[in-house]
Design a protein around this ligand. Structure first.
Ligand SMILES: C[S@@+](CC[C@H](N)C(=O)[O-])C[C@H]1O[C@@H](n2cnc3c(N)ncnc32)[C@H](O)[C@@H]1O
Length: 219
């Protein structure tokens, strides 16, 4: 299982616990170190590579891949194309690639994606708010903002705010980008339900899973 944009490796850990052989890629050295440490701490096998998900060559192929929680929005149209070409070269013939992202409603009627949650570890508690501040669908851009507040523990009250320039995909632009790639959309699922609910390709709103299939072997 290959995970591009694996971050601190929480999915790698979960998959490895289920007995899968996992490889993660991330372009952040800090994240790669965290992911490696996470696997090592749990004595789980797996590899984490410091690399760019739009341009990598691992010299091997995988039976499946996953890219979670809107990580793909870090890539613009051209970089997405390069990423999907790379992925096609790294996936076995019948392998699937699951991508989770939130599409924007082109009518502007639906709420833009945002979420808030809390995390605790030891005596440290954080509150995280992830909001969409501006959307320009014509330009395909969204300005997202993360606000992390330390609500308990050392440095209580400290707040870190960061802005993230992301790509705003609509069902139309996302569908066109996949159609121009070596993949087709095999299924669209709501990840919140068990078993997942099958959605139409034009679903918008919260995070949903796109199951991509390689269009033709050896693309
Ligand atoms: C939203 S985080 C998701 C992390 C992980 N999938 C998770 O769910 O915990 C996105 C990750 O993508 C990484 N990333 C962004 N652009 C990248 C690129 N071009 N190549 C590799 N990693 C990238 C970031 O460093 C970050 O760790």
């Amino acid at each position: 299982m290959l995970e591009p944009g694996c971050g601190s490796g929480r999915y790698l850990e979960a998959f490895a616990r289920h007995g899968l052989e996992v490889v993660g890629i991330d372009s952040s050295a800090v994240m790669v170190e965290l992911a490696r440490r996470r696997l090592a701490t749990s004595s789980l096998p797996g590899e984490v590579v410091l690399d760019d998900m739009t341009d990598f060559d691992l010299g091997r192929s995988f039976d499946g891949a996953v890219c979670a929680i809107g990580t793909i929005q870090h890539l613009g149209c051209e970089k997405l194309g390069r990423h999907l070409s790379c992925m096609a070269r790294h996936l076995a013939e019948d392998a699937g690639y699951m991508i989770q992202l939130a599409l924007y409603d082109p009518s502007g009627r639906q709420d833009v994606p945002s979420s808030s949650w809390e995390e605790s570890r030891g005596d440290l508690s954080l509150r995280i708010d992830w909001t969409t501040e501006e959307v320009d669908l014509a330009a395909g851009r969204a300005l997202q903002r993360s606000r992390i507040e330390i609500v308990a523990g050392p440095r209580q009250g400290h707040v870190v705010v960061e802005d993230h320039e992301m790509t705003a995909w609509t069902p139309e632009t996302w569908g066109a980008a996949i159609a121009a790639s070596p993949f087709t959309i095999g299924g669209v699922f709501d990840g919140a339900e068990e078993p997942p609910v099958a959605l139409g390709e034009h679903a918008t709103g919260g995070l949903i899973w796109y199951g991509l299939r390689r269009e033709a072997p050896g693309y």
